[in-house]
Design a binder for this molecule. Structure first.
Ligand SMILES: NC(=O)C1=CN([C@@H]2O[C@H](COP(=O)(O)OP(=O)(O)OC[C@H]3O[C@@H](n4cnc5c(N)ncnc54)[C@H](O)[C@@H]3O)[C@@H](O)[C@H]2O)[C@@H](O)CC1
Ligand SMILES: Nc1ncnc2c1ncn2[C@@H]1O[C@H](COP(=O)(O)OP(=O)(O)O)[C@@H](O)[C@H]1O
Ligand SMILES: [Mg+2]
Length: 282
């Protein structure tokens, strides 16, 4: 395995772009988060809130109708578009041009959602982050991979990675297969775990923040919102992935002395994004 580049504060400061004092919401990026299904609207609610809290100017979600009141109530700052279907996404449509799209949190694996995802990837040209059930659907339809834009960011956990690249017999083989998959498709792979690695072709980055408090429902959905936010704010895809993973881990390191491992939940990641950013400016 090639030597990994450690992602620590000096590496982050090479990439981090502070906010310009003359900016306005119209140029801070408009992100679209597509996901949710009956019982898993929370995933989109968390993801879209994290997207806003990471600095994106405008955030819209596209969800099934059952999520409308939930997201509008939980996150009044987020705009909401709905599918015609109540429980699942069946046809993705929106009438604006986002700077980045995050797709997958809570989207489910209904067969009609497979069709919606197929139609979407065939026509989409917007920079993309793909997570969760959208990754699982893609794993089952690998001929769709050629439709994805260059440097699409995929954020699999270990099981989702296995569905994409197949089983491995050793850690070295896991990296070999992931590097090959990244090179073949020109994707950025966020290989989530403890620690998380970011793989961009032959280049491997190893994150240095985060702890076991993150082993709780929804923290991956939050990460998707954070990376989508940075992509919408014009970070290069690999930098959006690196900075997103670093800040995400840092929230858990900051919160740990107050929450302990057990009481930390995905909303605590979101609560601590501000402190994570502030620590970069110290
Ligand atoms: N509040 C919500 O609405 C939540 C919705 N979620 C959504 O639920 C859907 C299913 O996601 P899941 O990831 O639970 O289901 P998956 O079936 O995709 O993956 C979970 C399976 O992978 C295994 N696994 C092996 N190694 C793992 C690792 N390192 N990390 C995580 N799992 C590992 C688990 O044991 C389990 O069998 C996704 O769309 C996701 O976004 C979850 O994120 C939980 C919270
Ligand atoms: N023990 C751990 N140490 C550090 N980070 C962890 C640990 N367990 C999980 N994480 C992080 O938490 C997140 C979990 O993502 P994921 O499994 O997709 O959760 P969900 O789908 O519930 O949102 C990933 O960013 C992963 O790296
Ligand atoms: Mg997940």
């Amino acid at each position: 395995m090639k030597v990994a580049i450690y992602i620590d504060q000096p590496e982050i400061l090479k990439r981090y772009k502070p906010v310009n004092s003359h900016t306005h919401k119209g140029i801070q990026g408009h992100a679209l988060i597509i996901g949710g299904s009956y019982g898993k609207i929370g995933a989109v609610s968390l993801s879209s809130k994290a997207c806003l809290k990471t600095g994106c100017g405008l955030v819209t979600v596209f969800i099934p109708r059952c999520g409308y009141k939930i997201v509008q109530t939980a996150n009044p700052e987020v705009m909401v578009l709905t599918d015609l279907s109540v429980k699942y996404i069946t046809r993705i449509a929106f009438d604006f041009v986002p700077q980045a799209i995050g797709i997958g949190p809570g989207i489910g694996r209904d067969i009609e959602t497979h069709t919606a995802l197929h139609r979407f990837v065939k026509t989409n040209k917007t920079p993309l982050v793909i997570d969760a059930d959208a990754l699982t659907i893609l794993s089952q339809n690998q001929q769709w991979l050629t439709f994805l834009p260059e440097k699409t960011i995929l954020t699999p956990h270990q099981k989702e990675l296995e569905r994409l690249i197949g089983e491995w017999d050793s850690v070295a083989e896991k990296f070999e297969k992931t590097v090959a998959f990244s090179k073949q498709n020109n994707f950025v792979i966020v290989m989530k775990g403890a620690p998380t690695y970011i793989i961009d072709g032959e280049t491997i980055y190893k994150n240095t923040t985060g702890n076991a408090a993150l082993a709780t429902a929804g923290t991956g959905d939050v990460l998707t919102g954070m990376i989508t936010s940075l992509l919408a704010q014009s970070y290069e895809p690999v930098d959006a992935a690196i900075l997103g993973v670093y800040l995400h881990g840092l929230t858990a390191d900051i919160a740990l002395p107050k929450t302990g491992y057990q009481a930390f939940i995905a909303s605590d990641v979101i609560k601590n994004i501000g402190k994570a950013y502030l620590s970069l400016e110290k």
